[in-house]
Design a protein around this ligand. Structure first.
Ligand code: F6P
Ligand code: MN
Length: 358
């Protein structure tokens, strides 16, 4: 299809809204504001080291060093979304506390939660990064009273998300979005400054022979994860009977995008590295939105023990074990977690085949 005939993000959203004649258009307006912030972030990211010099001593709530671009991206999302009247509050990886919409602006019926620059360690080496966001409803009582949002107002499971999406800043900038009716991908036309619909119905393939995990943590993995990876590594000689490929970008958004495009499974599981934290990635603004996107694309997203979308958060910056991607593969890993007999022992098939080796 010629580029000029591809629908824009605005057109796509208007068409989605026609499903709900009573909808006010606020969600659309909110998503468009998020997309404008993403375009602005894309421009900054493209300047690379021209703008991203370290800020001495600045760390975020999780003790990670903050880069100017983390802070700049956070500001861009805040400023672009605080004035419109669609939100009651925002929360971000880069802010310790929730951000209530300042009193000079009207407050609205949605909450916006985001990681403004995911995988930001990749900035220094000019590798893809992204922004990821989740849209929740403001609790009725907050809408009625108009009070400031608190952490408790964000403690909603991923299954209640109204929309979720990410922008990936790679060789091309893309926005991938779900409003609950499948997943659509848009590519930024830099000449027009518009996101154009290039991937109308993104689907995650059910099967894959590609996995992604930071294997430097292998000594800390729990037995089901160890078993899964061992079986992949054993390739065509092992119980899976096929060879696997491995990738690790260290940017969850970029890994999610690769998996949407060509299948795969991503694991950042709960492990024994630091017992105080239950995984590496954050539930509200990493796992939940990626969970909605994966499930809407026919994939699966799990802790290994339960669907991510069913987890009720207990803290704004809560971490969680995260496994997502091709459905059959994620279900296999869930089965390994479920089956206590096999969980701690090596796969019997594999042992059997091992007998034929010396
Ligand atoms: O936001 C956290 C994050 O940067 C993810 O994007 C990425 O998947 C992960 O951390 C990388 O972790 P590690 O540095 O352990 O490979
Ligand atoms: Mn992140």
């Amino acid at each position: 299809m010629p580029l000029s005939r591809r629908p824009t993000l605005t057109q796509y959203l208007i068409e989605q809204r026609r499903r709900f004649p009573q909808a006010s258009g606020e969600l659309n307006a909110l998503i468009l504001d998020v997309s404008i912030a993403c375009k602005a972030i894309a421009q900054q990211v493209a300047l690379g080291s021209l703008v991203n010099l370290p800020v001495a001593g600045a760390t975020n709530v999780q003790g990670e060093v903050q880069k100017p671009l983390d802070v700049v991206s956070n500001e861009m999302l805040l400023r672009q979304n605080e004035w419109s009247g669609h939100l009651a509050g925002m929360a971000s990886e880069e802010m310790d506390e929730p951000y209530p919409i300042p009193s000079q602006y009207p407050r609205g019926k949605y909450l916006l939660v985001f990681d403004p620059l995911d995988g930001s360690s990749n900035i220094d080496v000019n590798v893809s990064v992204g922004s990821i966001f989740s849209i929740l409803r403001t609790p009725d009582e907050v809408v009625k009273s108009g009070r400031d949002v608190t952490e408790a107002d964000f403690m909603q499971p991923g299954s209640t998300q109204v929309a979720a999406g990410y922008a990936i800043y790679g060789p091309a900038t893309m926005l991938v979005l779900t409003v609950g009716y499948g997943v659509a991908g848009f590519t930024l036309d830099p000449a027009l400054g518009e996101f154009k619909l290039t991937h109308p119905d993104m689907q995650v393939s059910q099967d894959t022979n590609e996995f992604a995990i930071n294997s430097s943590n292998s000594r800390f993995w729990e037995p089901p994860v160890k078993r899964y990876v061992d079986e992949c590594l054993a390739g065509s000689n092992g119980p899976r009977g096929k060879d696997f490929n491995m990738r690790w970008i260290a940017s969850m958004v970029a890994e999610a995008h690769r998996i949407l495009m060509r299948g795969g499974v991503f694991l950042y599981p709960r492990d024994n590295k630091d017992l105080a934290r239950n995984g590496r990635l954050r539930l509200l603004y990493e796992a939940s939105p990626v969970g909605m996107i994966m499930e809407q694309a026919g994939g699966r997203c799990s802790t290994g023990r339960q669907a991510i979308l069913g987890v009720v958060p207990t803290a704004l910056h809560q971490r969680i074990g995260l496994i997502f991607g091709s459905k059959n593969e994620v279900e296999r890993i869930e089965n390994y977690h479920r089956d206590p007999a096999k969980r701690d022992a090596p796969n019997p098939l594999f042992v059997e085949r091992g007998l034929f080796r010396d």
